[in-house]
Design a protein around this ligand. Sequence first.
Ligand code: SAM
Ligand code: SF4
Length: 336
Amino acid sequence: MIDLIGRTEPLVDAFRRPITYLRISVTDRCNLRCVYCMPEAGLAWIPKPAILSYEEIAEIVRAAATVGVRSIRLTGGEPLIRRNLERLVAMLHAIPGIDDIALSTNGLLLAEQAATLRAAGLDRVNVSLDTLDPDRFTAIARRPGLDRVLAGIDAAIAANLGPVKINCVLMRGTNDDELEAFAALTRDRAVHVRFIEVMPVHENVDMQAQAWVSSDEVLERLGRFGALSPFEHLHGNGPARMFAYAGAPGTIGVISPLAHDYCERCNRVRLSADGRLKLCLFGDHLIDLRTPLRAGGGEEAIVALLRGAMHVKPERHHLVLGETSAAMRAFSEIGG
Ligand code: SAM
Ligand code: SF4
């Protein structure tokens, strides 16, 4: 069935999960080197000609929108290092059916770009922030910049890019003594802090096993700083469990990707910067969209590949604490 703006049967995977959310990595490069994400020397970067142009990304999104994709998140690498990102945002904003465009960023370049991105049609941002201590920031990110990230968060609130969410990867012995400081932040500002369990990727498997703090432990420890009430109504909340302290303008919560219900409610697929559709956060379920796109296959070919992907998307990831496999790499996108 085709409706008036050309939409056909929406995507539903083999486990009856409607797929309405596409996360798009616009670059694999980054201006930080967070210890849990990338080696100090960087990665074997994707060659520039293989990176999708904004026009190519928009073509894929136009096809995806005809089969029920409604929400887009731009991520990376660090999306704000890609030039004129607002041009892509404006192109996506103009696509019928796309009603939510979000951005995940480390925040370093956000203060300069927040207002322009908002004007182009960006709806909201998630900012990664693992510590409120400048020296610790430099140790975790292997580059300085805490003041710029905090300025970016303020600029996002001022530009109406809310709800502004802060993703914090909590690591035992590194930053888990800052739970109270983050709790205080939600009492001062309209920010929504989500603690993400550190996930195993190539670079960090040993570190991850030692640093992992369970979400249940985080919630128990947060409860020591005041009574927490469940908070259900945060826009685009995805897999997070959120709570608020009485009278606080912000909220605080946890994301546990290792828990099974994370997969049960999965509504997403991912597009890598070089045009491969990734069907699961971890694992090697990849479908090349770039080759048919560049061969002139058009919307029809992309829709056919998206429909085919619904039969291949796995029921769940098979991550286990302290383990990873050769094909696994988190690299773009955990914290919603
Ligand atoms: N550069 C942007 C940023 O840092 O927000 C966007 C990309 S980054 C890969 C997306 C999210 O994944 C960030 O919140 C980051 O903290 C998280 N992340 C990266 N590696 C992780 C890991 N091993 N475990 C848990 N979260 C991780
Ligand atoms: Fe860069 Fe984000 Fe990875 Fe940190 S988490 S190295 S900011 S991509």
